[in-house]
Each structure stands twice: as C-alpha cells, then as structure tokens.
Write a protein that binds this ligand. Structure first.
Ligand SMILES: Cc1ncc(C[n+]2csc(CCOP(=O)(O)OP(=O)(O)O)c2C)c(N)n1
Ligand SMILES: [Mg+2]
Length: 386
C-alpha cells in the first residue's frame, strides 16, 4: 500500500524484486493513481476520509480471495489486518507506526513531525545526497504525486481510530517495523519505542535510508565469492543498475572495489560478500586503514568454508584418482589453520562477529548493519559448512 504522495506505481522497484518469490498485489486507494475520485456531495472539493481506506484494502483482499497475506506499506495496514486477521498473517510498516493508538507514541510522532515541517517537503522525504546524485529519480518522485486527485489537504482522519497495542497483539498478526535511519518525518527513536511497546514485533533499521525509503535504492553488493556466487546472486535479486558488482579476475581486489563503490555512493550501504580465500588474498591491513581514514564504512560478510573450495574441486575434477584423492591430502587448499578472520578488524576498532549457527546469522547481521549505519566497518565471519 502506497503512502500519501504515491500510488500503485510507487512500488516499481519492490515489485520487480519480489514477484518471483511472492504474488504481489499493488493497489490505488480512493483518490490515488487510477482510482475514481468522486467529489463528496455538497462539496466543491473532493474529500477523502482515511477511515475508508482500511475497508478498501479489505475489499481487495476479499475480491481476490487472498490469504496468508503480508501487508506492506503505510499506516492503514494494521487497521486492515485487524479487520481480516484470517486473511492477513503479517504487516510490515515502512516509515509508519500503523496508526497505532498510544499516547506516548502519538506524542513522539507529533514531536518528530513538528521538526519535519521545518524542512522543505522534498528534504523530508529524500536525502540531500540522493537529490544531488539522482536528479532524474528525484524529478520522477516529485511527479508521482501529481497523478493523484487526493491531496494531503483533502485527507481527513488518517491517523485516528487506529488500533491499540493490545488489539494488535491479540489479533496474532505479526508486525515488522521498518525504520529509516535518516527519516526526517518519523525518527528511529520513535519507531524503536513502538517496537519495544509491542512484544513480539520485529524492528529493522535501514541504514542511510530517508523517510521515502522505498524510493532510494538500498544497499549495493560487491561480490568476491567464488563457489558461493550463485547463492549470493539468487538471494540479492538486484534488478537496479549499480546495485550489484561482481569482482572479476585476479583474486584479492574485493575490499578495495567495495571501498571505491562506497566512495562513489556514500549514501548507500555497501556490502562486500567474499570467500575466506579471497579475503586472505586482499590487502586487508591497508584496506581497513583506508576505510577508517576516508570514512568509508563497509559491511564485510565472509563465506568461510575454511578451504579454497574451487581449487579443491579442480583437484577432484582433473585428478579424480590422483594422490590427493587417495591420501585425502588436498595440498594447498586447506584454510583451517587461519586465525578467526574477524579478529583482524579488532585492532582497527571495527565491529566484528563470528557466526557458527544459522539462528545467529540474522541478529549478527542486524548488529553489524547498525554499526555500519553508525559509521564503523563491520566484519561478519560466517562459518559455512561447504
Ligand atoms: C590473483 C589470483 N590468484 C589465484 C586465483 C585462483 N583462484 C580462483 S578462486 C580461488 C580460491 C578462492 O577461495 P575462496 O575465496 O575461499 O572461495 P571458495 O573457492 O572456497 O568458494 C583462487 C585461489 C585468482 N583468481 N587470482
Ligand atoms: Mg573458501
């Protein structure tokens, strides 16, 4: 569901990224995009009551007979979910508190908004850097809103009569809060508080993202994995230009390439995925020094299988009955002796994680992303089994 300046096409990037894995349904709320916009009786101007929106969402869910739905987007999501908990299993609230009725949260949000209105509208929504670097996408963003009949001034009761925290919890609908680190309209602090108040909710802080976080391209992935590169590509699913770079050729350039990418796109988080062997081929010490000296924080994720797996596979392929196969001594491919790879970042005061269980991965990445958002390079050494 789009927000007050958008319509169904606002999700062009997300649809492209999600449609292979999910059935994606976008919609126009009344007064937005291609929807009809009847004027209210006895009024020269159309008026749109936010209280109608949840019902519109529910009508689409019912019409399309959608079940096990994750509602993604703006405030009314949680209200619509409560109206049809049997259809909706989860709600992802992007830069929004879902209209939750709670005095403390409403006060925090109002204080955030009071700050936001001091800024020009575009600076509330997109980062300055993005506006400078992508005048094309900034223009398109501004034009998107012009397709709507409903204007902010015509929208009434958008945030009233929202559900209480208890109602949300009792419904069993899972809630994820997406907070944007540079959100000028709704601060990370406020969203974090909402997450604290709603037990079982999930909080995701998107580093460097502005309020309209769906518009600014998120992380860039630089990839110097070898046998894991297909896994990385499958999961990253990057469809935007300049969002995925594979490091070709001579092994050991990955960190430097990632630093260069970060230098060119400081407003976007840059993630380096890298094999343990490739990591060891990199000039780690000067690269870390450069990351600090030039303020280029990276998230480095090591796919650590403790082996030059590709070399090992070549031994097997070319000499299937050779001495190595016979003795089990795969000369020159074993990397078990290396110290823990994250440790090399410690003298640089960087954030480090070593992950040896699947359940530990997501929390480690979250902590690492937070550190990166705060300006520190983070190294997550993931011990994989192959
Ligand atoms: C400068 C250089 N030397 C050697 C190679 C050959 N080479 C290709 S992949 C690889 C090992 C990579 O190991 P790792 O990063 O652990 O990935 P894995 O094979 O385990 O997936 C090597 C040495 C190369 N590409 N470039
Ligand atoms: Mg390896």
């Amino acid at each position: 569901m789009h927000g007050s300046g958008g319509h169904h096409a606002a999700w062009w990037q997300q649809v492209a990224a999600l449609r292979e894995e999910f059935t994606v349904v976008t919609m126009d709320l009344r007064g937005f995009g291609k929807s009809d916009a009847p004027a209210r009786p006895h009024s020269s101007k159309p008026e749109f009551d936010g209280q109608d929106f949840p019902g519109d969402v529910v009508a689409v869910l019912d019409q399309e007979d959608l079940t096990d739905v994750m509602l993604v987007g703006q405030s009314i999501g949680s209200v619509a979910a409560l109206l049809r908990p049997e259809r909706v299993s989860s709600v992802a609230l992007g830069h929004s508190l879902g209209g939750i009725s709670h005095p403390e949260l409403q006060e925090l949000a109002a204080a955030d908004r009071a700050e936001a209105v001091k800024l020009p509208v575009i600076d509330r929504l997109l980062t300055r850097r993005f506006q400078q670097e992508r005048p094309d996408l900034t223009f398109l963003f501004q034009q998107m809103g012009t397709f709507n009949v409903a204007k902010m001034a015509d929208l009434r009761n958008l945030d009233t009569n929202g559900p209480s925290l208890e109602e949300i919890q009792n419904s069993g609908v899972k809630v994820a809060f997406l907070a944007a680190e540079k959100d000028a309209v709704l601060s990370v602090k406020t969203v974090t508080r909402a997450h604290e108040l709603l037990p079982g909710s999930h909080l995701e802080i998107v580093p460097d993202a502005p309020h309209s976080m769906y518009w600014e391209a998120p992380a860039i992935v630089v990839d110097e994995t070898i046998t894991h590169s297909r896994v990385v590509k499958r999961h990253v699913q990057a469809s935007d230009p300049d969002s995925y770079f594979y490091v070709q050729g001579g092994l050991g350039q990955g960190i430097a390439v990632a630093l260069g990418v970060k230098l060119a796109a400081r407003e976007r988080p840059v993630v380096l995925t890298i094999g343990d062997g490739a990591f060891a081929y990199n000039p780690v010490i000067p690269s870390y020094d450069a990351a600090k000296a030039y303020d280029l924080p990276l998230l480095i994720v090591v796919f650590n299988n403790r082996v030059y797996k590709s070399m090992n596979l070549n031994h097997r392929r070319f000499y299937p009955e050779g001495a190595a196969a016979e003795t089990g001594e795969w000369l020159g491919t074993d990397l078990h002796r290396l110290p823990r790879l994250a440790q090399f970042a410690e003298p640089f005061g960087m954030h480090t994680e070593t992950v040896d269980a699947p359940g530990a991965l997501a929390p480690a990445l979250e902590r690492a992303l937070k550190a990166v958002a705060e300006g520190t390079t983070a190294v997550v050494d993931v011990l994989v089994t192959r």
